[in-house]
Design a protein around this ligand. Structure first.
Ligand code: NOJ
Length: 985
């Protein structure tokens, strides 16, 4: 107990002493691979395999067991154990889906049948965890009807052709077992090609006599197994951590013994791999087995509250998406390693050359990866592309698309730890309005509660939460309140009493209720793996239960890794038990998502109960897994008010985008420490290009609401916020695209230009949606210009003054403090709304401006998706979806309908939007031939009939210095929801 107290106090001290910038993560709190038994064993296994000439993987597929039926191949992989003569049977399935995705799953027969003994009278499940798919996978698993086994020339393989036009092929090698995936006859992915497949099978513990102690021998210290094992001949079979493992004062009892799964996945000819978020490092992943410019440790996925996380590191962070893409010129492929246990991924590259004398120079680079998980099934999905969007699209079909958020959720959020009273909140709200700074949401961190008891309000400081929210509502602003998963262990708190009496909390290994420390002190953790737990959680958000919450209250789920101040690696012991006896070890990386899932359902239910017109939930999460994108937004946790953290935020957000979870952002201004005004200003400029845009600050920092910055900073920040607001139509359309195709909202160069090899590692500039809007926020102190990389042979124009640049090139764009380097690629049409308002809700009926950017072909197009930005009515057809097309040949700009189907609410919505018009059309790089042209003619379709034509004036502005010519049509007054044509001819 004393130890727990000490560790809790230490955590508090560490957290509270951050007045100035803290600099470095406490490495000793987190395991390295060498301190993580199963990681160390599998790395050692790899070392043995890769250094042994003619290494033969001891796994083979029993050819007599192979069956293929309606898209699924089944069989048994036999493992010949290394040190004993045992054979282990591993059931194999390879499923081929209609979408062209293949899935290889390996289980272990003995565990599957429950024919193992658990140690320590454990109540844990005996099986390998096989429910990750129930959380992560929501679609795309229709089995392929076209997949077929061909007649293999050699007996030693089984071949299956599948995928679009049967262009994909899986070649299953029997001995040693391995699978090669081909597209169009070329190999793109190989499993177990390097022989690193390792399924640690169940075995009983055989107690060996303790070695006799000699005089002078010291007691074995924690973590020392690592050192001992080093000297052992066969480190891969190092038993030191099979049966228990200690770290940070906690001993993991491992009732099922060693049970890791590992596999090598090779991408021949692929130089770059991306993904496996969340890490603070470059988008293009680095090699991990040491050497100059490489990491020493594998990328780790073990959701953790990594306090003061460091830059450029493979260390784990708060969330885990075990999805990787490999990319080379004109080809992208990928894998999803569906496993929720602690996972490590080693990455190495190799160069092969046709010419042995070239020493690898000029050869083909391949990327080799090695995936290692502590427990669970081996379950890997294989994507064969060929485009980045094909891979992300298939992944999103499986794990779900980004939720289409309410419009307020993609506007600006104002947060700090903490706004201290309801009067304080109202004061901040008024000041934003007075300074004409737009914002949509104000946030309450943990201090609003009474003694950190969630679902309560501190009566001394938040005596009138409803009055406070009423004021916010007057400007259509919202409130987000934090609700964490740790429930305070204190008498007279009905929530904890109920949770205990209903037995809804996570259990210890002995099946008693688990108690640990977090913000409230002693706490219990809701077990959202339990259907009863989720149902109960859902009820807590009803307006009559969470009194003081209102229709404009939304939720922030923090600390859901879960963060446990006195737990091993600041989280729960791995031998804790969840619903149905699954060990925490098996489900750790899913834990955060289960909470958000329950909160999302709670918000849906609370409004459904109240009235029919329920709104879309908004939940922010810190911890996540594949599939979390369906439920809300994430942010990158506790960063610091330091330039490198601003810089790191861009690749981190790009990485989230290509990982199928694009609704992401970083704390603007930096969480720990006080940013300089320059840093704060630059951060807002960058934040204006984060899909999730929220300012946040630690409790010990000075107030930094934008109006406090002083001039010129306040003005410049206001401009950045207004830029975000004016582009909300484009952002919302990009979100709609993400919610239907999985496409990233902000996109890296390789995604937009998959043929441009020079740009594959570029991760400091981003494209917004499909609009050709290319931003490169300044992330370095004192910088006044930015070099922007233009990948294609196209014209680009400065967003603000139409200065023209020609690609391909790296161009220097002036970036004094008041400027965000932002270019428009020729060929696009960008919708915006230019009237400054207090919140996005107040822009609902504002007119639009269309910016037509003409490039090399002279044609341009762009889309606009619009709905009420709040409800689910769009599912009943209450939306507008248009494509604007400028045709150079015809000299016309027209609006075409993209709506796929009308529904019961279509006509009412179109009627409501009838007054919403286009108030301006700007044509950048307008043709010289328009010089002297005074007007354009407009024809509009109203109620299916042409309205005749009318003329409006055109102002043409000649080219000046490096600025493109441009033209403007003021008030064409065509409806945003109708078909129309503007003729410039
Ligand atoms: C940790 C979160 O990362 C941070 O954003 C929050 O302010 C604190 N918890 C307090 O709730």
């Amino acid at each position: 107990m004393a130890r727990r107290w000490a560790s809790f106090l230490l955590s508090c001290l560490a957290i509270c002493s951050l007045v100035t910038l803290a600099v470095t993560v406490k490495h000793e709190n987190f395991k390295t691979c060498a301190q993580s038994g199963f990681c160390k064993r599998n790395r050692a296994y790899a070392d043995t395999a890769l250094s042994t000439t003619n290494w033969a993987s001891p796994y083979s597929l029993d050819p007599t067991s192979v069956k293929f039926d309606r898209g699924i191949l089944t069989g048994t992989v036999i493992k010949q154990t290394i040190n004993t003569d045992e054979t282990v049977r591993l059931p194999l399935t390879i499923a081929f889906y209609e979408s062209g995705v293949a899935r290889v799953t390996i289980d272990e027969e003995k565990r599957q049948k429950g024919e193992i003994e658990l140690r320590h009278n454990s109540k844990a499940k005996k099986q390998r965890y096989n429910e990750a798919e129930q959380w992560a996978i929501v679609g795309g698993t229709k089995l392929s009807t076209g997949a077929a086994t061909g007649n293999s020339a050699e007996q030693s393989t089984t071949r299956v052709s599948y995928g679009p036009a049967s262009a994909f092929e899986a070649i299953i090698r029997h001995s040693p077992f391995g699978v090669e995936f081909k597209r169009g006859g070329e190999t793109h992915i190989k499993l177990n090609d390097r022989g690193l497949l390792n399924v640690e099978h169940w075995r009983p513990k055989i107690d060996k006599p303790e070695p006799e102690k000699k005089e002078g021998d010291e007691e074995k210290k924690e973590g020392e197994e690592a050192v001992v094992a080093e000297s052992e001949k066969d480190a891969a079979e190092d038993e030191g951590t099979w049966w228990d493992e200690s770290f940070g004062g906690n001993t993991d009892s491992k009732p099922r013994g060693p049970e890791a799964v590992a596999l090598d996945v090779s991408f021949p000819g692929y130089q770059h791999v991306y993904g496996v978020a969340e890490h603070a490092g470059p988008l293009s992943l680095k090699e991990t087995r040491g050497g100059e410019g490489k990491y020493d440790d594998p990328y780790r996925l073990y959701n953790s509250d990594v306090f003061e996380y460091e830059m450029d590191s493979p260390m784990t962070l708060y969330g885990a998406i075990p999805f990787m893409q490999a990319h080379k010129k004109d080809s992208t492929v990928g894998v999803l390693w569906l496993n929720a246990a602690e996972t490590w991924i080693d990455i190495t590259k190799s160069t092969t050359s046709a010419n042995p004398l070239s020493l690898g120079i000029g050869g083909t680079v391949s990327t080799n990866t090695h995936w290692i998980s502590e427990s669970g099934l081996l379950d890997i999905f294989v994507f064969l592309g060929p485009s980045p969007q094909d891979v992300i699209g298939s992944y999103s079909e499986l794990t779900g698309y980004t939720q289409l958020p309410q419009q307020f959720a993609i506007a600006y959020h104002q947060c700090r730890w903490n706004y201290v009273t309801d009067e304080d909140v109202k004061d901040v709200d008024r000041k934003f309005s007075r300074h004409k700074i737009p914002y949509d949401v104000i946030w309450l961190d943990i201090e609003y509660t009474e003694g950190k008891k969630y679902f309560t309000w501190d009566p001394m400081t938040f005596g009138d939460p409803l009055g406070m929210q009423k004021q916010l509502d007057e400007s259509e602003r919202k409130l987000v309140a934090i609700i964490d998963p740790h429930i305070k262990n204190e008498g007279n708190y009905p929530i904890v009493d109920e949770m205990k009496s209903k037995d809804l909390a996570v259990h210890n290994k002995d099946d008693s209720i688990y108690e640990g420390w977090c913000w409230p002190g002693s706490s219990y953790w809701i077990d959202c793996f339990s259907p009863r737990g989720r149902e109960w959680w859902k009820g807590l958000f009803r307006y009559d239960k969470f009194k003081g919450s209102a229709k404009n209250t939304f939720i922030w789920n923090d600390m859901n890794e879960p963060s446990v101040f006195n737990g091993p690696e600041t989280t729960m012991p791995k031998d804790n038990l969840h619903h149905d006896g699954w060990e925490h070890r098996d489900v750790h990386n899913l834990n955060g998502m289960t909470l958000v899932n329950a909160t999302y359902d709670a918000l849906l239910a609370r409004d459904k109960d109240e009235d029919k017109h329920h709104v879309r939930p908004f939940v922010l999460t810190r911890s996540f897994f594949s599939g979390s994108q369906r439920l809300g937004a994430m942010w990158t946790g506790d960063n610091q008010a330091a330039w490198p953290h601003l810089e790191a935020s861009i690749p981190m957000i790009l990485s989230m985008g290509i990982s199928g979870f694009p609704f992401s952002g970083a704390d603007v201004g930096g969480f720990f420490g006080n940013p300089s005004k320059e840093l704060l200003t630059r951060w807002y400029q960058a934040g204006a290009f984060y899909p999730f845009f929220r300012g946040h600050a630690h409790i010990d920092t000075r107030r930094r609401e934008p109006y406090l910055a002083g001039e010129p900073y306040t003005q410049i920040i206001t401009q950045a916020l207004r830029l975000r607001y004016s582009l909300l139509p484009a952002w919302y359309t990009a979100f709609h695209e993400a919610s239907t195709t999985g496409a990233p909202i902000v996109r890296p160069n390789y995604y937009v230009h998959p043929s441009d090899e020079k740009g594959f590692a570029i991760d400091d500039q981003l494209y917004l949606g499909s609009y050709g809007l290319l931003a490169k926020p300044v992330t370095k102190e004192g910088e006044v210009a930015q070099d922007i990389y233009l990948a294609d042979k196209e014209k680009y124009f400065d967003y603000f003054d139409y200065w023209m640049y020609e690609g391909p090139a790296t161009v220097s764009v002036a970036a004094p403090l008041e400027t965000i380097p932002l270019l428009m690629q020729g060929g696009h049409i960008i919708p915006r709304r230019e009237r400054p308002r207090r919140s996005s809700g107040l822009m609902r009926y504002d007119p639009f401006t269309l910016v037509v950017v003409l490039g090399n072909t002279g044609d341009a197009e762009g889309t606009l998706y619009l709905d009420d930005g709040a409800s689910f009515d769009y599912q009943d057809g209450a939306y507008i979806h248009r494509r604007f097309v400028y045709s150079a040949a015809m000299g016309t700009l027209s609006s075409e309908d993209l709506a796929v189907a009308t529904g019961s609410k279509t006509s009412a919505y179109l009627k409501e939007m009838e007054t919403v018009k286009v108030e301006k059309v700007i044509v950048v790089n307008a043709p010289e031939s328009w010089k002297g042209k005074a007007e354009v003619s407009i024809s509009e379709e109203l109620a299916g009939k042409s309205s005749g034509t009318r003329s409006v004036p055109l102002d043409w502005h000649a080219r000046e210095e490096g600025r493109a010519a441009w033209a403007v049509i003021r008030n064409p007054a065509v409806r945003i929801g109708s078909g129309w044509k503007i003729s410039f001819a």
